[in-house]
Design a protein around this ligand. Structure first.
Ligand SMILES: [Zn+2]
Length: 248
């Protein structure tokens, strides 16, 4: 059996869970991939989270840490253009709220011949909703797009496996606790729009983190931003949130 797996490691909760679980519990060799999006405000936070999680894993189990290879880093600008993939992305995006990253992730996987790149979307992520009813379970766990599924999904998603699509963030936490690697998971980063080095409390990732039982990971101030995110700036200031909230 080929024990090597390719994982897109963003430094987030789900992908850090998958990397640690695969290396520690599954004894798998992991090749982690990271795409540098120069416009993404959280890039340095994510790379720091990856480094810290790797160190925490080594403290738990040196062998497991050694099974996680060097990060394969690719700037987003180095990913080959592919009109076929991009056309399929826009076709899906006409009817589904699908983030543009699925265009370049599909182009990345296709250009490198990665047929089983693991994407760690979880139960309540937007792509989890989009793929519901369109995936089949794998014998080793996780899901992939159903064999023979129609275009444009067949152009966009056949490169990926989704190992944690059926899990919520809280379920991942419970599993990490049971297997003794919660300390690794707690180094993950979750905010896509950090402000002054802190999670913003208002982006989708912060919202999901708070709503799925992990609000302890947000500071008091960030939680206030989260709770008052739909109200006007005056109200948020009264609530004690000093940061500029994005207009929605
Ligand atoms: Zn945020």
């Amino acid at each position: 059996m080929n024990t090597t797996i390719n994982i897109l490691w963003t430094g987030g909760w789900a992908s850090t869970f998958r990397v640690a679980y695969a290396a520690l519990v599954g004894k798998r060799v992991v090749i982690p991939h990271y795409i540098v999006d120069l416009d993404r405000h959280s890039t340095m936070h994510e790379m720091r989270a990856i480094a810290n999680a790797r160190e925490a894993l080594a403290q738990l189990d040196e062998g497991a840490a050694e099974r996680v290879g060097a990060l394969a880093i690719t700037p987003i600008t180095e990913i080959s253009l592919d009109v076929t993939v991009t056309r399929a992305y826009w076709q899906v995006a006409k009817v589904e709220a699908l983030d543009e990253q699925y265009d370049w992730l599909a182009r990345y996987a296709k250009s490198r011949g990665l047929k089983r790149l693991e994407l760690c979307s979880s139960l309540h992520d937007s792509v989890g909703h989009i793929l519901r009813g369109r995936v089949e379970r794998l014998p080793m766990g996780g899901c992939r797009l159903r064999e023979g599924y129609c275009w444009p999904y067949s152009e966009l998603f056949p490169w990926f496996h989704f190992p944690v699509l059926a899990l919520s963030r809280w379920q991942m936490r419970s599993l990490a606790e049971r297997h003794g690697f919660l300390s690794v998971l707690e180094h993950s980063w979750f905010c896509s729009r950090p402000c002054n080095g802190e999670p913003c409390g208002t982006c989708d990732a912060c919202r999901l983190t708070a709503d799925e039982g992990l609000s302890y990971r947000l500071s008091t101030e960030t939680l206030l931003c989260h709770r008052f995110r739909h109200t006007d700036p005056v109200t948020t200031e009264v609530a004690g949130c000093r940061r500029q909230l994005p207009m929605r």
